[in-house]
Design a protein around this ligand. Structure first.
Ligand SMILES: [Zn+2]
Length: 208
């Protein structure tokens, strides 16, 4: 096996599945967002360069991110490959990545947009005790929150319009990548509209 790329729309449970794949395969997760923040914090040369772009509100150029990845995959724990999360986002990035490391599997967790909207919209949190509720799947008990002082909190971006916009951006970004990886025979779609354990089973079956 080589390295893995994991795709999934917001609200598809990608974080949970990423953790399970790491536990089962031993591959370390490589999140370019985390790596950038760490490099900036520790003041490495690449970090300093990245910081300049971020402070100017500009996108960090591909060559900076690719330099971080190049260093990361030289580390001993990456000898058997890594699991990329949040990268690549464009076909040129995928091309550059393929010149650096062998991508053996691209896994896309597939959930219909309508189901994502259902899952994300209707979320509410008790501001007093932190319990997370959902209007449909986990409603606040008729007797109120067990903490005795239910204070409803909803995230402003948990509404249908915002979620649909984020999903649209996700599809626009991933569909060329899916096609590019599909041509290379490494793209796999897994039905993510099921129980968490079933999704994990399918993802691991693709990898074995
Ligand atoms: Zn409460």
């Amino acid at each position: 096996m080589g390295s893995i790329v994991l795709f999934g729309p917001p609200g598809a449970g990608k974080g949970t599945q990423a953790q399970r794949i790491m536990d089962q395969t031993g591959l370390p997760q490589v999140s370019t967002g985390d790596m950038l923040r760490a490099a900036v914090k520790s003041g490495t040369p690449v970090g300093k360069e990245a910081k300049g772009y971020m402070e100017r509100g500009e996108l960090v150029p591909d060559q900076v991110i690719l330099a971080l990845i190049r260093d990361r995959i030289q580390e001993p724990d990456a000898a058997n490959g890594v699991m990329f999360d949040g990268f690549p986002r464009t076909v040129p990035q995928a091309v550059a990545l393929s010149e650096m490391t062998d991508i053996s599997h691209v896994l896309a967790i597939d959930v219909p947009d309508g189901r994502i909207v259902e899952r994300i919209c209707g979320r509410a949190t008790c501001g007093n005790c932190g319990t997370v509720y959902h209007d449909t799947f986990n409603p606040v008990p008729a007797s109120g929150c067990p903490c005795g002082d239910y204070q409803e909190k909803r995230r402003a971006d948990d509404n249908e319009g915002t979620v649909l916009n984020r999903l649209e951006a996700y599809h626009q970004q991933t569909s060329p990548l899916a096609a590019w990886y599909d041509e290379r025979g490494v793209f796999h779609r897994v039905d993510g509209d099921r129980a968490i354990d079933e999704i994990t089973t399918d993802l691991l079956a693709v990898l074995n």
